[in-house]
Each structure stands twice: as structure tokens, then as C-alpha cells.
Design a binder for this molecule. Structure first.
Ligand code: DAH
Length: 332
């Protein structure tokens, strides 16, 4: 016990962390003195054993707390010494700093928002969690509708879901605003999909224009979207194909001449010379009926932001947008 006490008093005069650790090992290490004393307890019995055990435990407590305090003190001193020794060399060149140019998706999104808001489209914020009414039913996709299968949905309880497209923002706009309406909405959308051309989260732009009946028609839609595509992609040809969406009638998709091969045909455009870039159409009267709006007409459109960014940045794996690889960000 005397030797143990001597080791305890040595703590206060220790000046290095190594020395302190050495003391700890001498006392509490596998072959340390205290460890040995504890193991000798089994040879004692009754009152003597209990008293010795108490004595050892009290010593252990005193040793560990004194040791911890000293350790903290020595660590603080070491840190202070280190900080004092460090000097900042203000003359160093800062070539290692990297300038940030923003993510290609944000850049694409900003360009789209800027273009449409300048044309008088109001930017609407949408909710990421919707229910089946806004995401499907009101958009003329009732429960049995096959279009629901195409959009593998993340469901919560009580018919709540992560929106599979930005089109529900059309329904909110129609419910909350008297026509004329001229809005776009931009944001994340979610589907259960993952491969080189699909990620579970991706971004869409939704556009909606509604006014008194026959004031807006397909001709407006074509003009607005062709102008946008020329602004965005420069000198490309635009081709319209009839299509189907439950919430528009008639519906059309727009293709642009391939920006990689200028329409001659390449791997990216599957040798067709054309790239599909957007879906659109005149708002189906059923949609207006579903929200109780009458005597109006309108058009709507939807764009995929990743798709447009892939085409302008020449990226061919969609997943690379979400991998936070600085080399990709620096390339733009
Ligand atoms: N919501 C459609 C989708 O996710 C895209 C779309 C197509 C939106 C046509 C529209 C539209 O507003 O008119 O695939």
C-alpha cells in the first residue's frame, strides 16, 4: 500500500503525458500494483477481505480522479504550446483555394426560372409530400388508371406520398387563384427507380397558363415553348409529336435536333437525330371539373431539369449529379 501511495503522490510532480501514462500502467495496468492487490483479495476472507477491498477501491477512486485531472492539465499545456509554436504565414499564395461555380443542376434550374419569370410566370412553391388527390385523382388519374403504375410511388400512411411529379402544383394553383393564372413550379420529385437514367429523386419544372375559355390555346403553348427551347439550346430544330398525358388533351411532346451530332444521328440520340425534352398539352377539361373551375382553358408543360442539364453539360450518367465529386463540379 505504501508503494501505491507513493505512486499517487508522484502524479503531482509529473510533467509529461508519457510519464503520467507510465504511472497509470504501474498502478492500473494488467500487471500493475493495484491489479495485483485486487487479485490477492481471493486469498483473504470475511471482515479482513471486506476491509481490504474497501481500502483498495477508495485508493482506485482517488488515483483515477487525480490522474484524470493531471492528464487534462498536461493536455491543455501541450495544446497551448502547440498553438504558440504555430505561426500563420500570411505571405503564402492561395492557389489551393477552389472557386465554386455552383452545381450544374442549380445552374440549369436558375436559367429556367429566370427565363419564365421574365415572361411573367409566377414562381409557386410546392409541397414535397402530397396526397393521392393532388398527385393523381385530380389530375385525371383515378385509382384504376394505368398511368399510376408508370410512376412507382413512395407511399406514407393515409394516402400520403412523396410527389412523383410537379403536376400537383397545378391543382393547388387552380384551387387558390382565380384565372388568369401563369405559373411555374420547380423542385424535387420522387420515384422508386435507380439506374443510369433514373434516380429516386430528380427535379422537374411545371408550367401552367389558364385564362377565360378560348383565350389560351395550343398555338400559345407551341410559341412559348419553342422560344424557350431556342433560348436554352441555341440554334436547334424543334419537332412536335402527339402524345398522351391523362391531365392534358390534346397532348404533345417536343423533341430538339440532337445537340451532340446536330441531327445526323449518334449514340446519345439513339441514331434518330432527335432528343425528347418536354411534355405538354392543353389542360384536360376533366382537371378543371375536378377542382370545380369552369369556363376556362389553358395549357401546361413539364420539363426534367436533370435531362436538360445532361444535354447542356454533356453528362451521360445521371447518378454523377448526386455524387458530390468535386472534379465534376469543377468541369463546369
Ligand atoms: N407530369 C409529367 C411527368 O411527370 C410531365 C408533364 C407532361 C407535365 C405534360 C405537364 C404536361 O404539365 O402537360 O411525366
Amino acid at each position: 500500500m505504501q508503494t501505491l501511495q507513493a505512486l499517487l503522490t508522484q502524479i503531482s510532480s509529473t510533467t509529461t503525458l508519457e510519464g503520467l501514462e507510465n504511472l497509470r500502467l504501474q498502478v492500473l495496468g494488467k500487471k500493475g500494483l493495484l491489479t495485483q492487490e485486487f487479485s490477492q483479495l481471493k486469498s483473504l476472507e470475511g471482515q479482513v477481505k471486506a476491509q481490504k477491498a474497501q481500502e483498495l477501491n477508495q485508493f482506485k477512486e482517488a488515483f483515477t480522479s487525480t490522474h484524470a485531472l493531471k492528464k487534462q492539465e498536461l493536455q491543455n499545456l501541450a495544446l497551448e504550446a502547440k498553438l504558440c509554436a504555430q505561426k500563420i504565414d500570411w505571405s503564402l499564395a492561395h492557389t489551393h483555394l477552389r472557386a465554386s461555380f455552383g452545381h450544374p443542376l442549380s445552374h440549369t434550374k436558375d436559367r429556367i426560372i429566370e427565363y419564365f419569370t421574365q415572361l411573367g410566370f409566377k414562381l409557386h412553391l410546392g409541397a414535397l409530400i402530397e396526397d393521392e388527390f393532388y398527385n393523381f385523382d385530380a389530375l385525371n388519374m383515378p385509382a384504376y388508371h394505368p398511368a399510376r403504375d408508370m410512376q412507382d410511388t413512395f407511399y406514407f400512411q393515409d394516402r400520403k406520398l412523396l410527389r412523383t411529379h410537379t403536376s400537383p402544383t397545378q391543382i393547388h394553383a387552380l384551387q387558390h387563384q382565380e384565372p388568369p393564372i401563369k405559373m411555374i413550379s420547380v423542385g424535387p420529385t420522387f420515384r422508386r427507380d435507380y439506374d443510369t437514367t433514373h434516380t429516386p429523386m430528380f427535379h422537374q419544372v411545371e408550367g401552367l397558363v389558364v385564362d377565360r375559355a378560348r383565350r389560351v390555346h395550343f398555338g400559345h403553348l407551341k410559341q412559348v415553348l419553342e422560344d424557350f427551347l431556342h433560348h436554352f439550346f441555341g440554334d436547334v430544330r424543334v419537332r412536335w409529336r402527339s402524345s398522351f398525358f391523362p391531365f392534358t388533351e390534346p397532348s404533345a411532346e417536343a423533341d430538339i435536333s440532337c445537340v451532340f451530332c446536330e441531327g445526323r444521328g449518334c449514340r446519345v440520340c439513339a441514331h434518330t437525330g432527335w432528343l425528347e425534352v418536354l411534355g405538354s398539352g392543353c389542360v384536360n377539361q376533366r382537371v378543371f371539373e375536378n377542382v370545380g373551375v369552369c369556363g376556362v382553358s389553358g395549357y401546361a408543360f413539364g420539363l426534367g431539369i436533370e435531362r436538360l442539364a445532361m444535354l447542356t453539360c454533356e453528362i451521360n450518367d445521371l447518378r454523377s449529379f448526386f455524387e458530390t465529386d468535386l472534379r465534376l463540379l469543377e468541369a463546369f
